[in-house]
Design a protein. Structure first.
Length: 365
């Protein structure tokens, strides 16, 4: 028990140190990027706030890489100081000796999806709101309900409320669209209905649109105009819509089932959100597999040589497993693989590979 506690505490320290280093590094990178993207009217305090809000999402995306680097550093040091050999000499097998760090990796995975995930979702949403305010001078409203999709865009000239019965998978093409245009004083002055509306750079492209001018003392139907194609300026961007609609990372894991139900009730595809939910549930298993991969390569007996190559191999294999997992998830998002298979097959396959490597290490010892 004392041995497991010792190795577990060492692993926690290693993970905390690597996590802190990457957090500071990603914060500095994001700070530089925000300063490049935003104009001089945004104060440095707000730029720093934006970078701080966006950094948790960046860290969350590379957590598997942080995990395997932490494990590699720990196991390489244990091997270098012969602590692992001493533990083996006491009659402990490799799997028994490493049970503590492997279980800690799984526990960290549970903490990440249970506590850190809602924090990332909250900061990501706040970041999107602030970034929209700084970019366009006003906040855009986005909501999904049983009535369909609602958007609001605005600038100094007024506001436009957009309603659509349904959209494509990422919300950048709307179907059965209604637009209500308000002046800066809050008066309704125009109504447009269109078959489709596609968001392009700086504009909406409407097809089969009918426009009513709502002027005092006039009959809107008499002055109504039909257009096969119509363009309207927009302060929204495709990235903003995708962040709001197509990226489930801005929704807390605890709220994902409710969001999926809302999307289905409104007639939208919830496949991406369902896949994200299952992938998050499988995350602890994947982190445990990466820890075992790191151990299998870096805790080889020193007499076999090639320690540096083993460390490099462990990190490269960890990177490879991470990108294979992302690739399989993309196949799941596109409907080429079932959701459950896309979410759970990479962690299970990685765990089986890691277990085989551990057994090979046991035989080599």
């Amino acid at each position: 028990m004392t041995l497991h506690y010792y190795f577990s505490s060492r692993f926690l320290k290693s993970f905390s140190a690597v996590f802190a280093v990457f957090f500071v590094f990603m914060l500095l990178i994001d700070l530089v990027n925000q300063m490049r993207w935003l104009d001089d009217s945004v104060s440095f305090r707000n730029v720093l706030l934006l970078a701080t809000l966006n950094t948790p999402k960046s860290i969350y995306q590379i957590l598997p890489l942080i995990m395997i680097i932490s494990a590699v550093l720990l196991f390489a040091n244990l091997n270098k100081s012969s602590e692992f050999i001493i533990a083996r000499g006491a009659g402990q097998s490799s799997l028994t000796t490493l049970a503590g760090p492997i279980l800690i990796a799984g526990l960290l995975g549970l903490i990440i999806i249970g506590l850190f995930n809602p924090i990332v979702a909250s900061t990501s949403k706040y970041y999107i709101d602030l970034r929209e305010e700084f970019d366009s001078g006003g906040r855009s409203v986005f909501s999904i309900g049983r009535e369909g999709l609602w958007l609001r865009q605005g600038d100094s000239a007024g506001q436009t409320v957009i309603h659509a019965e349904r959209t494509n998978f990422d919300g950048t093409k709307l179907y059965d669209v209604s637009l209500l245009n308000y002046t800066k004083d809050g008066g309704l002055n125009k109504r447009i209905e269109a078959k489709t509306a596609s968001l392009q750079i700086g504009k909406w492209e409407l097809e089969e649109a009918k426009t009513w001018l709502l002027l005092p003392g006039s009959n809107p139907e008499e002055t109504a105009q039909f257009s096969k194609k119509l363009e309207l300026p927009s302060t929204l961007t495709q990235d903003q819509i995708r962040d709001r609609f197509g990226k489930p990372g801005s929704v807390s894991l605890w709220k994902l089932p409710e969001t999926v139900a809302q999307l289905k009730a409104a007639g939208f595809s919830a496949r991406r959100h369902q896949l994200w939910f299952q992938s998050e549930l499988a995350r602890p298993l994947f982190l445990m597999a990466l820890t075992m991969v790191a151990a299998a390569f870096t805790m080889r007996p020193a007499r076999l040589g090639g320690t540096g190559l083993s460390i490099l191999s462990a990190i490269l294999l960890g990177f490879g497993l991470h990108f294979i997992r992302n690739f399989v998830q993309i196949l799941g998002e596109n409907g080429q693989l079932p959701i459950f298979l896309s979410a759970w097959s990479p962690p299970i396959a990685a765990l089986a590979l890691a277990f085989g490597l551990m057994l090979q290490m046991e035989d080599a010892a």
